[in-house]
Design a protein around this ligand. Structure first.
Ligand code: HEC
Length: 158
């Protein structure tokens, strides 16, 4: 029995060491000031702070990569989230969005936070400060509506 445990542990360590060889890209593309959301919309300071605290790691080019994002398999998971997050919504590429996409992303932003789907639970675990309070959610939705979004789903009667 003991022999199997130590063999299992041995191979686990080997697998973890080998896994480190697969290094996903953890690059922050250059910040182009003219594409940042702040250059296109008046972002309410409270909302700006919420985005910095809870969203920018996955939805901008300002990702902070803590030490543990260096270690596989965490590195794979985080890099994948950042890649998909930026593809869906990127505050650093806001200036490249069409007016239609802007309106859609504003609505989706309010919807995601209202449903508690963003920021994801896997993110708030190591970043408890990123959790949004009901007041944060209200501030985000009030702002998205004030800059061209529509009313939240709940008030549209869908
Ligand atoms: C840990 C990374 C991470 C954080 C932090 C995060 N998101 Fe996301 N977000 C994602 C990923 C990955 C997707 C794409 C897959 C999905 O929809 O689940 C996404 C998708 C979205 C979408 C598009 C949803 C749709 O309907 O297509 C919106 C809007 C969004 N996030 C808003 C936010 C906001 C606002 C915050 C901060 C309050 C936030 N996210 C924080 C990873 C993140």
């Amino acid at each position: 029995m003991q022999k199997w445990v130590s063999r299992g542990l041995f191979w686990l360590v080997v697998a973890l060491v080998l896994a480190q060889a697969i290094r996903p890209s953890r690059v922050n593309p250059a910040i182009a000031g003219q594409h940042e959301i702040q250059s296109h919309l008046a972002v309410d300071p409270a909302v700006d702070a919420i985005f910095s605290r809870s969203c920018n790691d996955c939805h901008s080019h300002k990702t902070v990569w803590p030490w543990y994002t260096n270690a596989a398999p965490v590195s794979w998971l985080v890099a994948w989230d950042v890649k998909r997050g930026r593809r869906e919504l990127n505050f650093s590429e806001w200036g490249t969005y069409s007016p239609k996409r802007v309106a859609k992303k504003l609505d989706e932003t309010c919807e995601e936070v209202t449903h508690g789907d963003m920021p994801p639970g896997i993110y708030t675990l190591p970043h408890p400060n990123a959790k949004l309070s009901p007041a944060d959610v209200e501030a985000v939705c009030r702002w998205t509506q004030s800059v061209g979004g529509t009313k939240p789903e709940s008030e549209r009667g869908e």
